[in-house]
Design a protein around this ligand. Structure first.
Ligand SMILES: *[C@@H]1O[C@H](CO)[C@@H](O)[C@H](O)[C@H]1NC(C)=O
Ligand SMILES: *[C@@H]1O[C@H](CO)[C@@H](O)[C@H](O)[C@H]1NC(C)=O
Ligand SMILES: *[C@@H]1O[C@H](CO)[C@@H](O)[C@H](O)[C@H]1NC(C)=O
Length: 318
């Protein structure tokens, strides 16, 4: 009897172990050639496509690394316990990998882009301020929404394009919080998810919470401008005006695009340094050195003129 029990236990453990390691370990893609083109399939991250044959995110970023980066997100005092997970991140990322997210340049650049993206995510969703356990940088993805919104972020000026749904509130939600009806409307259109009528989807579904964030990373604020992705991976060539405005490719310019004059062009201020610290912390945890983060002028936006002045939506005319 005792023997049978321990045998069963061992069998159960083996089964559990194989379920846990499951599809989240790096997998060799299946390969086929169609009309001279090499196509690959990895099951859940990408199916029969060319980019899938190249290095994709799960090749260099695995579950245990996600767990390291966001080690405290499921501790009892966190505000989104059980919400964010690796699987949701990869499902969201998969939509943008063919466009270059985490797949541009060599392996080091690919890893740096993920660290940089998460640097923004971590600092915007951290509840590490004043918390000692694990250090302030270990608390990224503590939130999935703004907790005590001061307003419903509905601007009537956009009532024809993006009318607010009755009772809906457009407070900050997601891995890079988005605000206002017009942003929910615009990003919802792009993702083909009705976020204008269902802003709550973002706080109910972690894949959507990551999709909206990666969309922000992959798209410019204005068509004529670069996206955070572009300035980070080297897709962007500064114009003469950019150079005069001290805007150079690198992590600093990603902050310039996402936050503009709220943190840039103001010297080495804490809110800016907090984002940089998260980026460097993640570089270290991913096994790249923080020395990879760049020189002061590319890493920070301390001296940069913002791409756009802070957008203050026109007051509603009622
Ligand atoms: C795959 O990687 C090669 C070599 O880095 C690159 O030239 C090619 O454009 C990549 N293909 C896709 C579809 O991303
Ligand atoms: C979450 O959103 C994704 C992407 O839109 C969707 O594919 C998935 O079915 C959703 N999950 C649930 C539980 O609704
Ligand atoms: C360059 O900057 C000047 C002064 O800010 C502005 O008037 C001009 O339109 C800019 N040129 C371009 C091409 O953005």
């Amino acid at each position: 009897m005792a023997f049978n029990h321990s045998l069963l236990l061992i069998l159960a453990l083996i089964v559990m172990a194989s379920v846990v390691s499951g599809d989240e370990s790096p997998i060799k893609p299946k390969v086929k050639v169609v009309k001279g083109k090499r196509l690959c399939d990895r099951g859940w991250e990408c199916t029969w496509s060319t980019y899938c044959c190249n290095l994709t995110i799960t090749d260099y970023f695995e579950t245990y690394q996600f767990e390291n980066l966001f080690a405290k997100r499921n501790s009892p005092v966190a505000h989104a316990v059980g919400f964010w997970d690796f699987h949701s991140f990869i499902l969201a990322a998969a939509q943008f990998e063919p466009l270059g997210f985490g797949t541009t340049g060599d392996k080091k650049m690919q890893m740096k882009e993920i660290a940089a993206f998460f640097g923004h995510v971590g600092s915007k969703t951290s509840c590490g301020d004043g918390v000692v356990t694990g250090g302030p940088l270990a608390w990224g993805l503590c939130f999935n929404k703004e907790l005590s919104p001061s307003q419903d972020y509905c601007n009537d000026y956009f009532k024809l394009t993006y009318p607010c749904a009755p009772g809906a509130q457009y407070y900050g939600r997601g891995a890079l919080p988005i605000y206002w009806n017009y942003n929910y409307g615009k990003i919802g259109d792009a993702l083909k998810i009705d976020l204008l009528n269902h802003p709550e989807y973002i706080e109910q579904n972690a894949t959507i919470g990551f999709q909206t964030a990666i969309w922000m990373w992959m798209n410019p604020v204005k068509k004529s401008q670069p996206s955070p992705h572009d300035v980070f991976v080297g897709n962007w060539k500064p114009t003469k005006n950019d150079t005069l405005s001290k805007r150079v490719p690198g992590f600093g310019a990603t902050m310039n695009i996402l936050y503009g004059d709220s943190i840039c062009g103001k010297g080495d201020i804490d809110p800016m340094n907090n984002i940089i610290s998260h980026y460097q912390y993640y570089l270290d945890l991913m096994g790249l050195s923080r020395d990879e983060s760049g020189t002061h002028d590319t890493l920070t936006c301390a001296e940069q003129v913002p791409f756009n002045p802070t957008y203050v939506p026109p007051a509603s005319s009622s």
